[in-house]
Design a protein around this ligand. Sequence first.
Ligand code: ARG
Ligand code: ASP
Length: 764
Amino acid sequence: MRIFNKSLKLIKLVVLLLFTQALTAGEGMWLPLLLESLNEDEMKNMGLKLSAEDIYSVNKSSLKDAIVHFGGFCTAEVISNKGLLLTNHHCGYGQIQSHTTLENNYLRDGFWAMKKEEELANPGLFARFILRMEDVSDDMLAGVTDDMDSQKRQSIIDKNMEMVRAKYEQDLPAYDDIVIRPFYHGNEYYMFVTRTFNDVRLVGAPPESVGKYGSDTDNWVWPRHTGDFAMFRIYAGPDNLPADYSPDNKPYVPKHSLPISVDGVEEGDFTMVFGFPGRTTSYLPASAVKQTVEVLNPAKINIRETALDIIDKYMRVDPQVKIQYASKFARVANYWKKWIGESQGIEATDGIGKKLEMEKEFLSRLNKSPELKSKYGNLLSDFEKLYKDIEPYAKSRDYYNEVVFRNVEILRAVSLSDRLVSALENNGEEGYKNMKQRLTSGFYNGFYKDYRPEIDQEVCAALMELYKKNVPFKGLTSPLDKMTNTRDGMGDYTSMAKKLYGSSFFTSESDFEEVMGMAPEEAVAKIKADPLYTFMEGMKAQYSEIVEGKYNAYNDQITEKQRLYMKALMEVFPEKRMYPDANSTMRITYGKVNGYHPRDAVYYTPVTYLDGAMAKYKPGDYEFDMPAKLIELYEKKDYGRYAADNGKMPICFIGTNHTTGGNSGSPAIDANGNLIGLNFDRAWEGTMSDINYDPSICRNIMVDARYILFIVDKFAGATHLTYEMNLVTPKKMANATHTPPIIDKGKRKKGKSKIKVKGPDPKQ
Ligand code: ARG
Ligand code: ASP
């Protein structure tokens, strides 16, 4: 008995130690309004000089007033009192590309508006602030219990949601909105009041050879040398409130804008990252992680690799294709590579083994409490069974989504046309016309500009063959089998694609427009007779008959179990402070500037320099070319005031902040609330942090603020922008031997800093 008690204590100690280590090292994406109760002490111990109230407040301006959700997929921050926004080059990529032509090649050459009139409008792009947030769990969960079936539960929650919405929506102006989101897998709910600006203009972007330096080869990799930033500006109406685009709109005056520190960083410095992380799954059972690593990731990786190889072949030889496919290629390549790193990282850190360990401890704690055991005793075995049952459906679903919806481009275009068919059938000519208006000004507008049927046809042939070989249900491929028409169905996919693409009106913009110009009846008849349309409808019908219903039914059960499991984890491990999984709401993560050991005997230091970019330079290469001007500045060591104390030009740095997709463009903020960097990526070995954060190797990658300023000021000569910003040197101020009046608003001579301050010894 004593031995048992002792080992229990030991286990508790180990769990506690592991936990404490994880915390100081940066795991967690925390809610700004809970910082005071959950994180403030720890953050201060780690070096923060601000209070929780300085970071998030509803009563006074705080850091959160400088942070926006950028287009709903990235983060950006306000860095001047004229609404100047900083985000990543890859976040603004779609916009930069849309303004790019062979004559005005902003992707290749960069773009800098030298005055406000030159800033470029971006229809559809928005910047969304969070005015405040509130815990609405009690209202949202009133009347629900754990033993309810999930449909009943959902219907009560839906009703509650309407009531909560109605309560908060009252008196809100049209540009403000309410968002209510589940947290902790539906065990808690928070409400956000948002304010959205729709006039967001492109101000500047470096050339790709800076903003995307290293491209897909270096993507997700440390050491990194990418200046992944771009600048936009929020415009507002005469009252400084949101307004639709108008040339008369004025730069927005923010409640707060982030000062930028030109002091730089060193190992051990406190950092926090403020933004909108999209999705993490930190609390999955081992059975789910195993499925991701062994079945789903390999399937998706294979599909994307096949498509990317084909597109890459065309992009390398045709500059027009390179522009047309740049954005699409980067998007597809990004997660292709991420999944590879994720699977490897889980393996390397024994992520599944660690989950199993934790589950063992979970079960042993349940065994000591009949009450807990009766509530949660079956969860893990239920998961085991459910994940097994869902597997063929989940695999089919990934295949279907990746092949049919994502990577064969024309099928998306074809698929949308059935809305025209049903609009006419259900709502007559009027309905048809409305739908046509929506689609031709939405998806179809711009689709053909960047579409090359010959490339897509080749992708289609290759992916349909994969689909045929790998989907676990025979019936899913029956429309394909009809077209390939051989005994074993493994027919000639190249001829099949050729025939389909050659006889469809969808693959040609002018043919498509001709059909759109016809009377509704006639157009719909044309659509229905189109071979790609019948093919697509066939594929859809098979998928929905064989997979959709089953998948959804299993998935609903898994979702409900996951909610219970989350609740169970919090109850069974009360000593753990658990953060809610990311869900595209505003979060703060904090950590330290920190290198890591990627493998035995190798240590990666946390800062890269322009010297490292030069070492990778390959003239004329599509990933590692560098602009002549940058090389010249490098050779002259002409870095202005932006050089590090060692005389070198820093480019990127890494830290232990726990980030994910959506955190791109998030500011890295120092202990005093100044911007020191711009988050844009994670290091290869740790890309599994979405599933299994491991403090030893999970690192986020940021562009050093000094590199951004150097590129804007010295490289691009857009000095008027640096004048707009508030540049500060808090570290140097603290160490200065005489007064350093460093905030320079427009008085500075270009490239010269007359201020002499004694910097800190970098080795200390
Ligand atoms: N990996 C980063 C993120 O997930 C950057 C992606 C953009 N760059 C690229 N080469 N695709 O978004
Ligand atoms: N690059 C990601 C983004 O675009 C960030 C990440 O996944 O670390 O949000």
